[in-house]
Design a protein around this ligand. Structure first.
Ligand code: ATP
Length: 231
């Protein structure tokens, strides 16, 4: 589905990503884990065209890294940013409508699917996004992403700042979303939760991939245990 080769990206003169190689099979969940400042958000921003990059990003056989961000969304790559970035002055339903901007035909069906996945959003349709709890806002951000009919969903730190209960709800929802055929790329600091549900994982350190394997292999890896799991 997605193949990344020799990807380099940065801000001005400052390089952040250095020769990243990564591939994502259709229908899989892939995690990129690493500590603060390792380059996880920059990687998602490069894929979704927010940050310019060199090297190649090939989606379903097409080179996409020189396309503008709106053209990348049209190809079904939908980015749920770090910190949710929902519209605080809009209601839940209005936020979801914004996500369906390019997908009017499937609006009703997608709305039903989002409400089935997150019943809390159905109960709070008219509540202003900004008055919802962090966990509810994360559900809304993912729901808004799903309204855009993603083929590849990019999730930036979906568990950031969430209680263990909401973290569990969000990660369970991610596995449900995969069952519906959506491919998922997660970048996370919550190494345990994200690798637990991933087919493959990559560890990123100062802009380079230093380790990869199945989710299970990485969870059992000595260096991963020591660096991220406090074991
Ligand atoms: P975190 O887990 O803290 O969100 P991250 O792994 O997502 O970290 P990035 O946000 O990709 O890391 O940041 C990687 C590096 O790029 C950091 O050193 C950061 O300070 C720098 N950086 C990020 N955004 C910008 C920007 N807009 N301008 C300049 N430098 C930036």
């Amino acid at each position: 589905m997605l193949k990344i080769k020799e990807l380099c990206a940065g801000y001005g003169e400052m390089p952040v990503l250095r020769e990243i190689f990564l591939s994502i099979e259709k229908g899989s969940i892939v995690s990129v884990v690493g500590s603060n400042g390792a380059g996880k958000t920059t990687l998602l921003n490069a894929i979704s065209g927010i940050v310019k990059s060199n090297g190649s990003i090939i989606c379903n056989g097409e080179e996409i890294n020189f396309l503008p961000a709106h053209a990348i969304v049209k190809r079904g790559i939908v980015h749920v940013p770090e910190g949710r970035k929902i519209f605080p002055e809009m209601t839940v339903i209005e936020n979801l409508k914004m996500g369906a901007f390019l997908q009017q035909k499937t609006y009703q069906k997608n709305l039903e699917n989002v409400f089935a996945l997150f019943p809390r959003l159905a109960e709070r349709k008219k509540q202003l996004g900004g008055t919802m709890s962090g966990g509810e806002q994360q559900m809304l951000a993912i729901g808004r992403g799903l309204m855009g009919n993603p083929k590849l969903l990019l999730l930036d730190e979906p568990s950031l700042g969430l209680s263990p209960l909401f973290t569990e709800i969000v990660f369970n929802a991610i596995t449900e979303i995969r069952k519906s055929g959506v491919t998922i790329l997660i970048v996370e600091q919550n190494v345990y939760q994200s690798l637990r549900i991933s087919d493959r994982g990559f560890v990123i350190e100062t802009g380079r991939i230093v380790l990869s394997g199945t989710g299970k292999e990485l969870l059992e890896n000595h260096d991963v245990k020591k660096a991220f799991l406090g074991m």
